[in-house]
Design a protein around this ligand. Structure first.
Ligand SMILES: [Zn+2]
Length: 364
């Protein structure tokens, strides 16, 4: 894994079919009461070009036999999607939502990008790393651009759902294990990482909360200002959910590990999103936590969503030292209410055989 990729997933932390959709909409029949079909596991992958179809079919069949029921594909690739479907897997397109570094977009619409508390735009001065180019979620043009993009993904018949990643603000606080990489100690919310203070956000905040953010002495301590930003991202997600529902497609998200960490670090209030499933990235090493913490994080998330939709624990395979640790991590997730796990990293035959041990596991 490259360092860039490592950072991407770290900072994500900090990044589905009609059978589940009605559960979101029907509070009388919570998801947990229907959990009779066993565990559903997932994987995040970037499909490679030019792989032999016969080899893909063998690989995806093995995934299915190990209990994997869906794949989040980081790119469109019709052949991967169709072969995965033919092996019984759900195919979801994994999409970067608010972090958009497309060169053309940067050149055409620099005014769409988020602005920090120092007045610096992500279009000109990205925080932490060059590819951190966050859009402002309050602007209507940005909202429409994202919806159009998602429509174009979901109209394809081989795509079962949309999987939202980077569906949040820039990290105001990075996971503690990363502080050393950037030589920063984020023991308070620093203005250069705090977004968005653009004119649209200021105006909408004033309209909705009756306050002028410029007149608030400590905006980082304003609860209303926090709520405004939770709502801005929730609004984007719930509008995407309407598009997905209209097309009978699923909508899921890769989110920060617990509702509390998600709100604090990236203003992500995922317990209030209209999803068909949520995939918190419970990557224990990034927070310098032990494996038991996976269970605590799952429990907090499951309590937060209150059976509106299932939660699948995102596990970062490089964080586990061997099969025994992975087995322990999966147990912590399943015993605390997860519907399965979602794996990021190299899904080897060893990993698949550990997963397979859980096919008949019922300890919940
Ligand atoms: Zn803004």
């Amino acid at each position: 894994m490259t360092s860039r990729r490592t950072f991407i997933k770290t900072s994500i932390l900090a990044g589905l079919s009609m059978s589940v959709l009605p559960d979101v909409l029907n509070a009388a029949e919570p998801w947990s009461k229907k959990k009779k079909h066993g565990w559903k596991h997932w994987v995040w992958i970037n499909p490679k070009e030019g792989e032999l179809e016969s080899e893909l079919a063998i690989r995806y069949k093995k995934y299915y036999e190990a209990g994997i029921r869906g794949i989040f594909f980081g790119k469109d690739n019709e052949s991967h999607f169709r072969i995965a479907k033919s092996q019984g897997l759900e195919t979801h397109r994994w999409l970067w939502t608010m972090n958009r570094g497309d060169k053309a977009l940067l050149e055409m619409h620099p005014e769409w990008y988020a602005i920090n508390r120092k007045g610096e735009s992500c279009a000109e001065k990205p925080p932490y790393v060059n590819y951190y180019r966050w859009l402002c979620p309050s602007k209507e043009d940005v909202q429409q651009y994202i919806l159009d993009d998602i429509e174009s993904v979901l109209e394809k018949d081989y795509v079962d759902g949309i999987h939202l990643d980077y569906i949040r603000y820039c990290d105001i606080v990075l996971p503690v294990n990363l502080w050393k990489n950037y030589h920063i100690e984020q023991i308070r919310e620093l203005p250069e990482y705090d977004y968005c203070y653009c004119e649209t956000c200021r105006m909408k905040f004033k309209e909705q909360f009756g306050m002028n953010i410029s007149e608030i002495e400590y905006p980082e301590a304003s609860l209303s200002w926090r709520q405004f930003r939770y709502n801005s991202i929730t609004n984007i997600v719930n509008n995407i959910a309407k598009v997905a529902k209209k097309r009978d497609k699923k909508i899921t998200a890769a989110v920060f590990p617990t509702p509390e960490v998600a709100r604090r670090n990236v203003r992500q209030d995922w317990i209030n999103w209209n999803l068909t499933g949520v995939y918190p990235m419970i990557y224990h090493n990034f927070y310098k936590e032990n494996i038991a913490w996976i269970g605590d994080a799952v429990k907090e998330g499951v309590r937060g969503i209150n059976n509106k939709f299932p939660l699948y624990a995102g596990l970062h395979l490089p964080d586990f030292k061997g099969d025994a640790e992975l087995r322990e991590g999966i147990k912590y997730a399943l015993n605390n209410g997860a519907g399965g796990v979602s794996l990021f990293g190299d899904v080897t035959d060893n990993v698949l055989s550990v997963l397979k041990e859980f096919v008949k596991y019922k300890n919940v």
